[in-house]
Design a protein around this ligand. Structure first.
Ligand code: CA
Length: 249
């Protein structure tokens, strides 16, 4: 056990969940502070400045989304939503307010640990290379030349497909909502046309797959039903890819 692990703030009003999740995380050598309400969360946030926040949205004193907004006004500290509510609008609101990822309760603790690691990896490294290129597995986007390559071979994308890929590659290790994609790629006028996103993502996956990414293209942006897309990061991609098609990085 070390005192040097990442410092997590667990905001959860349900005592049994709070206790068991905190105990599990401490065994994984995280330092864990706990809060049972938004008020306690704000106090811990002000005094501890954790490396990552695990946040239940259903808090007794304030909507968890307000906690996200307050933290985001002050810092880019990663936030993972722990959501018990069936209503996916809460998760979307949380992601739109700036949360990085979400886990639906009940969740497995190993899955929780995997998400924490992915989000912390994201903070450790920038998505863009020093020259501005965005790379994920076999896919490379060069914003200066507006070029996309798969395992080094150029791929022809329409302007919308290109912008879509750029948004996705800029959010490695995060969940991106359909609304966010619509706003970034098509603008506000299309905010209700979420079926666009589905069609374009399918087309983009097919193009990348045919250009040489093969089955890896499916793992680049996993569909989160009703929410949007979970963008892989390089390590997640290595873990999911069979060795013979593992991307080189
Ligand atoms: Ca709750």
């Amino acid at each position: 056990m070390t005192a040097e692990g990442p410092r997590l703030l667990l905001v959860e009003d349900e005592e049994p969940t709070r206790r068991s999740v905190a105990a599990y995380l401490r065994r994984r050598e995280y330092r864990v502070d706990v809060a049972a309400s938004a008020a306690e969360a704000f106090r811990a946030w002000d005094s501890q400045r954790p490396d990552l926040i695990l946040l239940d949205l259903g808090l007794p004193d304030l909507d968890g989304v307000e906690v996200i907004r307050r933290v985001r006004r002050e810092a880019a500290t990663p936030i993972i939503i722990l959501s018990a509510r069936g209503d996916e609008r809460d998760r979307i609101a949380g992601l739109e307010a700036g949360a990085d990822d979400y886990l639906a309760k009940p969740f497995g603790v190993d899955e929780l640990n995997a998400r924490i690691r992915a989000v912390l990896r994201r903070v450790g490294g920038q998505d863009a290379q020093p020259d501005g290129r965005l790379c994920l597995g076999p896919v490379e986007l060069d914003p200066v030349r507006r070029e996309v390559r798969v395992t080094g071979n150029p791929v022809r994308l329409t302007p919308h497909e290109y912008e879509l890929l750029k948004v996705l590659l800029s959010n490695q290790g995060r969940v991106v909502t359909r609304e966010r994609i619509l706003r970034s790629v098509w603008g506000l006028a299309y905010a209700d046309a979420s079926q666009y996103v589905h069609v374009y993502v399918s087309r983009l996956r097919r193009k990348l797959s045919e250009a040489g990414a093969g089955p890896v293209a499916e793992g680049l942006f996993a569909t989160e039903p009703g929410i949007g897309y979970r963008v892989a990061d390089a390590e997640a991609l290595r873990e999911m890819a069979p060795p013979e098609i593992a991307p080189s990085t």
